[in-house]
Ligand binder design. Structure first.
Ligand SMILES: Nc1ncnc2c1ncn2[C@@H]1O[C@H](COP(=O)(O)OP(=O)(O)OP(=O)(O)O)[C@@H](O)[C@H]1O
Ligand SMILES: [Mg+2]
Length: 190
């Protein structure tokens, strides 16, 4: 097995400081994974798709090139939606309809958007959300008010020599709100 995990029900106490939205106090369920390469990240996305249902909001955080879109691609495959999930230069949000009667995937890259939800009003995410799975890259501080329930996925480089490029990522998944309190995230570890 490639993904090691450490399942917790109460807190994430070693969350990096740059990720306040994943603070221990706000997590109702949490899991940490070590993800060894892009193909494994895609598989995490595939497995995550199995936990999601219409109305779910997923925030993907982490630095440039962390693997957010890679995970979202697996998610799109797992949900069975039309079109490959990519990170196009000029598109902020793209709707991928389901090919099988399930929820659409709305994939948002909020990197170029400043401010809060006001600046995202044109995207009508509040309209899409009840019937879709909405996944937002760079959404922290911008889209939380869309839903009291949300899943935060923080992708970071593995600890060690920061100067050495490698394919290992540490992924923290934290569910916030009643929706996630009862969800066992362990299946994400495979
Ligand atoms: N464990 C890993 N998980 C995901 N991607 C990895 C991993 N190891 C290496 N990579 C590589 O890192 C890159 C991640 O790119 P990706 O577009 O998914 O990142 P991103 O977080 O969406 O970046 P951006 O902030 O620019 O949108 C890809 O080139 C991928 O092959
Ligand atoms: Mg991306």
């Amino acid at each position: 097995m490639d993904a090691a995990y450490d399942s917790r029900t109460a807190s994430v106490d070693d969350t990096p400081e740059e990720a306040p939205a994943l603070s221990a106090a706000s997590a109702d369920s949490a899991l940490r994974l070590t993800v060894d390469g892009p193909e494994r990240m895609r598989e995490v996305g595939l497995r995550l798709a199995g936990l999601l249902r219409p109305g779910d909001l997923v925030l993907l955080s982490g630095p440039l090139g962390a693997g957010k879109t890679t995970l979202a691609r697996g998610l799109g495959e797992g949900l069975g939606v039309r079109g490959a999930v990519t990170s196009p230069t000029f598109v902020i949000a793209r709707v991928h309809p389901s090919l099988s009667g399930g929820p659409a995937l709305v994939h948002v890259d909020a990197y170029r958007l400043g401010g809060g939800l006001d600046e995202m009003e044109d995207l009508d995410l509040d309209v899409s959300l009840p019937e879709s799975v909405v996944v937002v890259e760079w959404g922290e501080g911008k889209v939380e008010e869309l839903s009291e329930d949300r899943l935060h996925v923080l992708i970071g480089r593995a600890e060690g020599d920061e100067t050495v490029e490698n394919d290992v990522r540490e992924v923290t998944v934290a569910g916030v709100g009643a929706r996630w309190a009862a969800v066992d995230l362990a299946p994400l570890a495979g």
